[in-house]
Design a protein around this ligand. Sequence first.
Ligand SMILES: Cc1cc2nc3c(=O)[nH]c(=O)nc-3n(C[C@H](O)[C@H](O)[C@H](O)COP(=O)(O)OP(=O)(O)OC[C@H]3O[C@@H](n4cnc5c(N)ncnc54)[C@H](O)[C@@H]3O)c2cc1C
Length: 320
Amino acid sequence: MEEILVVAEHRKGDLRDITFEMLNFAQTFASQNQMKLTVLLLGQNISEMAGRLEDSCDNLLVLDAPELAAYSPDPYLLVIEKTMQERKSFLTLMGHTAAGMDLAPPLAARLSLPLMSDCLDAKLDNGQLEVHRQIYGGKINAHLRLKHFDQYLVTVRPGCFPASVNHDRSANKVAIEPPAWTEFRRRFLAYVEAELADVDITAADILVSVGRGIGKPENISAVQEFADAIGATLSCSRPVADKGWLPKSRQVGTSGKTVRPKVYIALGISGAFQHQAGMKNAETIIAVNKDARAPIFNVAHYGIVGDLFQVIPILKDKFS
Ligand SMILES: Cc1cc2nc3c(=O)[nH]c(=O)nc-3n(C[C@H](O)[C@H](O)[C@H](O)COP(=O)(O)OP(=O)(O)OC[C@H]3O[C@@H](n4cnc5c(N)ncnc54)[C@H](O)[C@@H]3O)c2cc1C
């Protein structure tokens, strides 16, 4: 029976959400296509993490070794490459995360496999793999059908599937043999903690978020006034943080924070997928943008096409 292989990801002793998101997808995919679901877990002192995975997959491959204590590309590549070569899984999934982006291209090159990166979904249609990706900064959804191949490698965008899994399987646990370790050219030194946040935007019920549409830093005060008037906290898209108009700790998105407020008001934010990934699960999203085709409107529950400087006083009036 063919299999789908999920490469588990963890950090500082805890499985990351992306592991469960991939499992959520893989459980459905495996059931729909009569495949076995296998998880590969690499690390050191990982028995507790293994315990959390063993009832959600059919095979759990574990390698517990000091070389794998923290993610580092050289040892991880060796083990994953060897495992993929031996198992020849039909579909191998990795997170489209810093680690997945680091590992997937060299694996695809070494094993001559087709790689589809940053996928939002995948399915088999008449035996052919079809993946869903976004291109042009999220403006276009592309459904791509891949040429026939025996094995595929796919990286999955974080946040596309719920991080919840069914616990209805009982894994066959296998301690895999370590490869012949070669000399590592790169090694893990330390985790560098993010700078201390001025406010915790993840704890706010209402966020007013500003994007490049704000134009210049002097305009932030008008938005801050609006936020204060409705009891909201100010957050932003990446360009606003990059320019130093607001602290980095206020940035929402893949390289910022993931937020789930009750209300998220996006002002002058186009809605690139890196931004959406951090806010699309807000309960109510209100977007103001002068471009009716801005991708933010794809996730907004309420959209206002207009100049944010004209809309803010109206919203302030209505909400406060
Ligand atoms: C690896 C990587 C990680 C990234 N991580 C993040 C991340 O964490 N967070 C993030 O936000 N981005 C991130 N980005 C950047 C992302 O791709 C976009 O470039 C960014 O989100 C765009 O920010 P924006 O919407 O503020 O600016 P723009 O895309 O320039 O959009 C500005 C919007 O404002 C509108 N506008 C202009 N003037 C007005 C006005 N007066 N009234 C109303 N609307 C107006 C325009 O129509 C436009 O839609 C990342 C990119 C990469 C490559």
